[in-house]
Design a protein around this ligand. Structure first.
Ligand code: BGC
Length: 575
């Protein structure tokens, strides 16, 4: 795996402008979009969550009456979660259990045909602030075209659930469990779910005597019992894989797209479609390290690599990902998540928007459709902290923005949670499903242990402030290989924050990112000096030391010293 940042060309200068832009994040975090008015639509409701934080939210509602004129109105809806309306304006709002009624106030009771009324409210919630799906104006259902062929906008015709992790167990990979349990102290985490990497064609049937895909799915059925069960797969064998690095180069050459389709995706799809496995919720994370490289590591940028230029020119990343989304998306119990890098890779303005646009293009070409995409995953196999509590992107020191610190270096985000939520908003604004869910890989971003800062850094200058407070203690956010000082992050969990389906351990902790020295192998893996602790860096990590642990084996192989380091520095600590 490589995680490479990009050139920030074009972002320098214009401090005041940049500071102003950074304040303009007025995001709409969720909305029920009204169907277009038609003769058959009695009323339309636009319900927008304008602002949302851990425990509360603000909503704006506009209702349009398409029927005959009325002198008074009430609008009703129900919540599927524990949302409670606390105060409202321009309507009289009451709530009983999950059911809410908003009545007109004295000055907005009259609604002509085509007339609208707008009101708003604040509310509280915990878990996920799921949008209501059905609204009734004076007892008549809104947003519903009564033409019989029109699908209910709130229902996924395949029967997929909104968040596959909600209320479900997640598959514990017995092979990873055995490694973890054999480590001193490892039994404390050995029952955690981790990703199953299908990282070569041979892995489908089981490489080197290991479990194959059917073995894992059979084991998942056994673990499932009468519960819902998620199985997390990483689909990882693109032609010319990992073009900006060498450590996770794969078996397929840059032009092997046909082989990728016929020998890799087709057999995986055939197994996943077996009715025997229809009761599993199969999460597929599609081709990490691919699409973002086509934005950040191609000419004319200083960070370009010849391999990424080749993959951009031949289009085989897009073709492969599109094909995988299409084939796997046809299976009703498969949930596709695309890799969206991490904040230290795509968090700069010149990477963020273009990446989101590329995801949209790929999800609408080569047979793929937006409905094949359930969500996105960020921080896979990376080390970016989940939440940096000690400094925020809008902070300043002596009038200097945190964005000007050497660490942040004009990035728009300081951590993965804020990045994931913003990327989600951006993707929804481009047309992805409004219920899009994000996954955050927290397998190795804990940054606990004795060196963890306990409060903000001194406000002497912006670098002292940021460096003194940051949890992420890498030498640069572009460092990605076997990072010294890292710890296990948040334990896997469903619904941890707004817009986030789950925190997951997609990269199995203790599996190496790449070898510290060259090791001959038959897996296609190269030696990347970012995994060599003596390496002084390249443009993709702004020429910093690699920060890698010494004596690492090939990527994917068990690295006991790293597992011990992750246990020692876990945050939250491992009890
Ligand atoms: C390797 C894969 C491995 C995965 C999980 C990647 O860096 O290239 O072979 O399965 O990590 O450890």
């Amino acid at each position: 795996m490589s995680r490479t940042e990009s050139s920030r060309t074009g972002l320098r200068g214009g401090t005041a402008l940049l500071a102003a832009l950074s304040l303009s994040g007025a995001a709409c975090v969720g909305a029920v979009v009204a169907t277009p008015a038609s003769a058959a639509t009695a009323c339309t409701v636009d319900y927008k969550v304008q602002n949302q934080w851990d425990t509360g939210f603000t909503t704006a509602v506009t209702v349009t009456n398409n029927g005959s004129a009325v002198n008074s109105w009430n609008l009703t809806w129900s919540y599927s979660g524990n949302q409670k309306v606390t105060s409202g304006w321009n309507a009289d709002i009451s709530q009983s259990g999950a059911d809410v009624t908003a009545k007109n106030v004295s000055y907005n009771g009259t609604l002509a045909t085509g007339g609208t009324a707008s009101f708003g409210f604040n509310g509280t919630y915990s878990g996920t602030n799921t949008l209501p799906t059905t609204f009734k104006l004076n007892g008549v259902t809104c947003n519903e075209d009564t033409t019989p062929t029109d699908p209910d906008p709130g229902t996924d015709p395949t029967g997929r659930v909104d968040n596959p992790y909600a209320g479900a167990k997640v598959y514990v990979n017995p092979e990873w469990k055995a490694h973890a349990a054999a480590e001193p102290g490892g039994s404390a985490v050995a029952d955690q779910p981790t990703g199953v990497w299908i990282d070569r064609i041979a892995a489908i049937n089981g490489a080197n005597g290991g479990m194959g895909l059917r073995d894992h799915l059979d084991a998942a059925l056994a673990q499932k019992g009468s519960n819902e069960e998620v199985v997390q797969l990483v689909v990882y064998d693109l032609p010319g894989r990992d073009c900006a690095a060498l450590a996770s180069n794969g078996e397929l050459g840059p032009d092997d797209i046909d082989k990728y389709k016929s020998d890799f995706i087709d057999p995986i799809a055939a197994i996943l479609a077996d009715p025997k496995y229809a009761g599993l919720r199969i999460v597929t994370t599609i081709e990490l390290d691919s699409l973002p490289n086509l934005v950040t590591n191609v000419s004319p940028r200083a960070t370009a690599t010849p391999n990424c230029d080749t993959m951009k020119a031949n289009g085989n990343y897009q073709k492969g990902v599109g094909y995988a989304l299409d084939k796997l998306g046809d299976i009703p119990n498969v949930y596709n998540y695309i890799d969206a890098g991490h904040h230290g890779w795509l968090g700069w303005d010149d990477n963020f928007g273009p990446s989101a646009e590329l995801f949209k293009t790929v999800a609408t070409s080569n047979g793929a459709q937006l409905s094949d995409v359930h969500g996105f995953i960020v921080n896979t196999a990376n080390y970016s902290a989940l939440k940096e509590d000690n400094f925020g992107i809008d902070d300043t020191v002596n009038g200097v923005s945190v964005r000007q610190s050497k660490w942040v270096d004009w990035n728009r985000y300081t951590d993965e949670l804020s990045y994931a939520q913003a990327m989600r908003d951006k993707l929804v604004s481009l047309g992805f499903d409004q219920n899009l869910g994000m996954l955050i890989d927290t397998s190795r971003n804990g940054w606990g242990g004795a060196a963890r800062p306990t409060g903000p850094g001194a406000k002497t200058d912006v670098d002292t402030y940021v460096d003194g407070g940051r949890y992420d203690r890498r030498l640069n956010t572009g460092n990605w290989c076997n990072q010294a000082g890292a710890g296990l992050g948040e334990r896997p969990q469903a619904d941890p924050a707004a817009g986030i389906d789950a925190y997951v351990w997609m990269k199995p902790p203790g599996e190496s990112d790449g070898s510290s020295t060259e090791i001959a192998n038959d897996e296609g893996k190269g030696f990347d000096r970012m995994c060599d602790p003596t390496y002084t860096g390249n443009p993709r990590n702004n020429n910093h030391m690699s920060g890698a642990l010494p004596d690492a084996p090939l990527s994917g192989h068990w690295f006991s010293a790293q597992f011990q380091e992750l246990l020692k520095n876990a945050y939250p600590p491992v009890q």
